[in-house]
Design a protein around this ligand. Structure first.
Ligand code: B12
Ligand code: SF4
Ligand code: SF4
Length: 376
């Protein structure tokens, strides 16, 4: 019979062939992590991401056998999505909307899950005995970063990211839970944050309540992607021009700056209009235009109304008079969520004339409230 060490080595080789940059095996999470997660949820830091707080999800995070009975090992994989930095004049152009790097390419769930499936089949063939395996990418009840740390893929930074000392943190994570017994790896002890606190200071919305603890309700990634309703007014002016996700706490990290390596997935030259689009044309995007432009992109997750909500906030933060005609026109957008944030943007720019007119024709209670707040 094949030894657990041999099996782990073969699986690792196959995973690298399949395009995974990092591979490791663990048996369980570090002590205390399930409790740390529970405390985080109970503090309300997950906001409206109700799936994180479901009792079954809490229990399954603490015990992988509730997900796959008789599971003994968990293979963690990591894939770099780093391409290259945006030219400084684009990155810092407030007339453009910024999209987080992880959403520059194809949806990563679609890329990682089939490869993990192939790895599971390989494992069963190598064992020659019945083996059950279940792939996970992001959506499963697992503490992916902690498990990746246990499997030797890197350390957890103060920004809560899994950072690999040779690759930085622009990494997607995935897992294969399996009933096959594999020798486990050891946590990588090479990396540390040392005395650095750059990410904590750089976060535009002050979302870190402490090192290693993020209040998602303040995180731009949550506000622009996960939150479906209005963005809390007091946070809007802090969001700059991020319209989908945020990379600030990784951009400033010395590990990421120094060690990010270009993805092995077919490298591409980022199309600047796709990854840092001009804001003005976006606020007038029709439903058909939205579908055509974002149908294969992770940005589709925000839906048109979520994206245009974010674009309105970014236009308000840009504050340029060139945006006023488009914002005035968007006061007639079919979505109340969009109209409400457009009202905020116009108010932030001191453009009250059309807002006063809109107060007369607007029927929606939420939008009227936004108009009232914008007019002060
Ligand atoms: C919910 C969620 C979010 C939420 C909350 C994020 C958060 N930090 O909690 C929001 C929407 C804000 C978010 C944002 C992002 N996310 Co997200 N997200 C998740 C998800 C689904 C669950 C995370 C979770 O359980 N959070 C709760 C907290 C308590 O758990 P945790 O983040 O794992 O935190 C651990 C550490 O803080 C550690 N810890 C706690 N105290 C201490 C103390 C010490 C001393 C140490 C060492 C550790 C430590 O223990 C915790 C539990 O293991 C995971 C996928 C998954 N199933 O794990 C992806 C995931 C974490 N996200 C990911 C990504 C890419 C992002 C973004 C970069 C996207 C973007 N550019 O906009 C940002 C990054 C923001 C950030 N700094 O975290 C990747 C991260 C990859 C990596 N290299 O780490 C994941 C793993 C998805 C994936 N499969 O690739 N995300
Ligand atoms: S992703 Fe942006 S908003 Fe969220 S914690 Fe990091 S720096 Fe702050
Ligand atoms: S910026 Fe500094 S403190 Fe934050 S994760 Fe990177 S090394 Fe750690």
């Amino acid at each position: 019979m094949i030894s657990t060490r041999d099996l782990a080595q073969r699986v690792t080789r196959r995973a690298v062939e399949l395009g995974f940059d990092l591979v490791g095996v663990s048996r369980e999470m570090a002590p205390g992590q399930a409790q740390a997660y529970r405390t985080w949820v109970e503090a309300g830091y997950g906001g409206k991401m109700a799936y994180l707080a479901r009792p079954d999800a809490l229990a399954r995070r603490a015990d992988m056998q509730l997900t796959l009975p008789e599971a003994t090992s968990l293979i963690s994989v990591g894939v770099s999505y780093f391409v290259k930095d945006l030219p400084a004049e684009i990155r810092h152009d407030p007339a453009r909307g910024l999209i987080a790097r992880y959403a520059w390419g194809q949806d990563y769930h679609d890329v990682l899950a089939p490869r993990l499936q192939v790895l599971g089949t390989f494992l069963a063939e190598e064992c020659g005995t019945p083996v059950l395996s279940r792939p996970y990418v992001d959506t499963g009840p697992l503490l992916e970063r902690n498990l990746a740390h246990q499997a030797g893929l890197g350390f957890i930074g103060r920004n809560t990211m899994l950072i690999n000392p040779d690759w930085g943190s622009y990494l997607f994570l995935g897992e294969l839970i399996t009933t096959a017994e594999l020798e486990s790896d050891k946590p990588d002890s090479r990396g540390t944050c040392g005395h650095c606190t750059r990410c904590l200071a750089a976060c535009p919305t002050e979302a870190f309540v402490a090192p290693y603890v993020l209040d998602a309700r303040r995180c731009i990634s949550y506000l622009t992607i996960e939150l479906k309703g209005p963005i809390p007014r007091e946070l809007r002016s802090l969001m700059g021009n991020w319209i989908f996700g945020c990379d600030v706490c990784q951009e400033v990290c010395p590990w990421t700056r120094k060690f990010s390596r270009v993805t092995r997935a077919p490298a591409f030259q980022p199309d600047l209009e796709a990854v840092a689009p001009l804001l003005l044309p976006l606020i007038g995007l029709t439903p058909e235009g939205f579908r055509a432009r974002f149908k294969n992109s992770p940005v589709a997750r925000a839906k048109r109304r979520g994206l245009l909500r974010n674009v309105a906030v970014a236009l308000g933060n840009w504050g340029d008079g060139a945006a006023v005609p488009a914002l005035n026109a968007a006061l007639q957008d079919p979505e109340p969520l969009v109209r409400g944030h457009v009202a905020w943007a116009l108010g932030r720019m001191g453009e009250y004339r059309r807002l006063q007119a809109a107060r007369e024709w607007e029927q929606d209670g939420y939008v009227l409230e936004e108009i009232g707040a914008a007019l002060g």
